[in-house]
Design a protein around this ligand. Structure first.
Ligand code: ATP
Ligand code: MG
Length: 418
């Protein structure tokens, strides 16, 4: 631990990485626009109860992963470990639940004190969406279709598969919980310590255990669908029928339980085998009781969150190739002020073009080298000759087109036409 290093599990996003981040962020923002979601931005710190109450006491996140601290007033605050609880707090506080059907999305850093490893950080980033007030399974399907579209348009669809399950309604879950405890009791001493602890508090979570022997025991556990009530069963059937109609492939995974307490009915995850053990890229589900529990009207809710780092890692594996840079870079043996004036005029004319000026100066050769390193497509050369003629010598650094003189007045138009 050194004060000169970033905190373990919290990473800098460096200049050569931020381009990929911004491309992804732009793509995701556009996707949400296309499905009529509006962005909501909530603080990264909340009262600790916002999370403990929503996420549930006996979950990994609340038991051991939260960054909680008391502020100077003695209030217990926490860095947000996830987005949903904070968004629920916000939409209740601002009375946004009427009319039903609010669709919001968010993005940003989340904080969990986990053991850092590949695909698992202490500060990581999520994109997420929440919909409030819609009971119909069509919205479950629309959320899934939207995320599927993202995978297709990013070119990663082949590497990700969708798993779905239903966790039923609260009464179904109570019944199932008992069945599971009855099944597990004879195996209790063979379960790992965490799972033994969860036997009474939250036995469904034992499905999430990564311990092989526990997993083997859970493989033969009774399945939830025997306890699904009629309403939850009809909801799930309607969802699968809509997914079939939309041509979306899925597998039903009866062991899919999700880590947070608030889920009910539909849960879903997209998983990849290409990222090692941390293969869940996006996960979500229904949380019909959460808004009521958090002090709002008793309206249903559904949402998901995707891990930006895992998605970017997958994109890198799939050969995400950035667009070739389009930039221009002024060089030449005249005053820097002359180059800067020409650059300002070009920025006025072409707001989308990145324009650099070689500030160190020196030999033309070293200036051109820096133009190349700056990722410029064009070197725009102004020497004594060009200054006298009112021209610029345009050199395309990315092709072997011959260089040519263009008048200063026509420069923007010429570059735009290339
Ligand atoms: P996991 O089983 O991997 O711990 P989780 O159930 O805790 O996941 P969620 O709370 O559902 O995860 O978060 C949604 C997504 O956010 C995950 O699918 C993953 O892509 C990402 N994510 C969660 N925790 C981390 C982390 N510590 N580092 C990086 N990404 C994460
Ligand atoms: Mg986790």
């Amino acid at each position: 631990m050194s004060p000169r290093q970033s905190i373990r599990g919290m990473h800098d996003i460096l200049p050569d990485q931020s381009g990929a981040w911004r491309r992804l962020e732009a793509k995701v923002a556009q996707l949400f626009d296309r499905y009529q979601f509006k962005e909501i931005r909530v603080p990264i710190v909340e009262h600790t109860e916002v999370f403990t109450q929503a996420i549930g006491q006996s979950t990994d996140v609340v038991e051991k992963e939260m960054y909680s601290f008391s502020d100077r007033n003695g209030d217990s605050l926490s860095l947000r470990p996830e987005g949903t609880a904070a968004v629920v707090r916000s939409v209740i506080q601002h009375g946004l639940l009427n009319p039903p059907g609010l669709k919001v999305w968010y993005q940003g850093p989340m904080f969990r004190h986990e053991r850092p490893q590949r695909g698992r950080q202490r500060q990581f980033h999520q994109f997420g969406a929440e919909v409030f007030g819609l009971e119909t399974p069509s919205i479950d399907a629309e959320l899934i279709a939207m995320v599927e579209r993202l995978w297709r348009e990013l070119g990663v669809a082949e590497h990700i598969r969708l798993e779905i399950n239903s966790l039923g309604d609260p009464e179904d879950r109570r019944q199932y919980r008992q069945q599971l405890i009855d099944y597990l009791e004879p195996f209790e001493s063979q379960l790992d310590a965490d799972s033994q602890r969860r036997m009474q508090s939250n036995p469904l979570r034992i499905f999430d255990s990564k311990v092989a022997q526990t997993q083997a025991i859970m493989a033969n556990a009774p399945r939830f669908d025997t306890c699904l009530g009629d309403d939850a069963r009809a909801h799930f059937r309607s969802l699968t029928e809509t997914l079939d109609a939309l041509g979306i492939q899925y597998t039903i995974n009866p062991g899919l339980v999700r880590g947070l307490d608030y889920y009910c009915r539909t849960v879903f995850e997209w998983v990849t085998d290409d990222l090692g053990a941390q293969g869940t890229v996006c996960a979500g589900g229904r949380y019909d009781g959460l808004v009521g529990m958090a002090g709002g009207k008793d309206v249903p809710g559904i949402g998901f969150a995707m891990g930006a780092e895992r998605l970017l890692a997958l994109l890198a594996l799939c050969g995400d190739t950035p667009e070739p840079p389009v930039a221009a870079y002024f060089v030449g043996g005249v005053e820097r002020a002359t180059l800067m004036t020409a650059a300002e005029a070009l920025r006025d004319a072409l707001p989308d073009l990145a324009v650099g000026v070689d500030l160190p100066g020196g030999s033309l050769k070293s200036q051109l080298k820096r133009a190349d390193r700056a990722g410029a497509r064009w070197a725009l050369i102004i020497g004594e000759q060009e200054l006298a003629d009112g021209t610029v010598l345009v050199k395309d650094l990315r092709s072997d087109q011959p260089q040519r003189h263009v008048s200063r007045a026509d420069l923007a138009q010429y570059l735009a036409s290339q």
